[in-house]
Write a protein that binds this ligand. Structure first.
Ligand code: C5P
Length: 221
């Protein structure tokens, strides 16, 4: 039985993947299922936390006893995270946020014209929510966790990303064709801003979630 070591704490978890619309029927998206974020929300609730789950385009049932806020785009995710983070003890950014969005949104469906080449899609940068939340620290002692999917030089890239984003912990997943996305299991290394390195063996997303909360609890005042 899990100890209620998050009782009295408010934690915010983002999950899923943003969709950046091109027109009313098309979007740029990613393969994130939201399962890791939902596992984090469930395990935090089981440990006694009040949980706000910001869910971007997930197809999963709402976890019991968790406040779920549905969002679509990175800009909407940012609004929801910043609002919920105002009184949060910890923020875990498990969502896959699009780094870029189309610069323009066509209010009518984009049509093909027989005699013309398609227009290129121009992208603009999305706000980096994790970096912003880390820089702001809405509450003293707030613990902030990021996720990173890396395909090569996993530890070196992860360490650089942790520094760049300014978060306290960064969970690094090695991704490949069959790894991580949509699967029930995960394998990761959790890097700490204090220089720590915690390998997490291959296992259920719930097990990784509990290790993340253990590391968060260690860092809460
Ligand atoms: O830079 P990269 O996308 O690899 O960083 C991943 C981490 O940063 C994740 O925790 C993700 O939720 C967060 N992120 C963000 N805003 C973005 C892009 C990523 O908060 N625009």
């Amino acid at each position: 039985v899990q100890e209620p070591d998050l009782r009295g704490r408010h934690v915010v978890v983002s999950a899923g993947g943003t969709r950046e619309p091109l027109d009313p029927v098309r979007f740029l998206g990613n393969r994130s299922s939201g399962k890791q974020g939902y596992a984090l929300a469930r395990t935090a609730a089981a440990r006694g936390a009040r949980v706000t789950l910001i869910a971007a385009n997930t197809q999963l049932p709402d976890p019991a006893g968790v406040d779920v806020v549905q969002v679509g785009t990175a800009v909407q995710l940012r609004e929801a995270v910043l609002k919920a983070a105002a009184d949060a003890d910890a923020v875990v950014m498990a969502a896959a946020v699009a780094d870029f969005r189309p610069s323009a949104y066509a209010t009518g469906k984009i049509k093909k014209k027989d005699d013309k080449e398609p227009e290129p899609i121009v992208l603009v940068r999305n706000p980096d929510i994790l970096a912003e939340v880390s820089a702001e620290r809405a509450r003293a002692g707030q613990v902030i966790v990021g996720f990173a999917a890396e395909t090569d030089d996993v530890l070196a890239n992860g360490r650089a990303k942790l520094t760049r984003k300014g978060c306290d912990l960064l969970v690094i997943n090695e991704v490949g064709e069959r790894k991580t996305f949509g699967s029930e299991e995960n394998e990761a290394v959790v890097l700490g801003a204090d220089g720590s390195e915690n390998p997490v063996p291959h296992g259920p997303k719930e097990a990784l979630a509990d290790i993340v909360w253990d590391l968060v609890v260690d860092r809460l005042d």
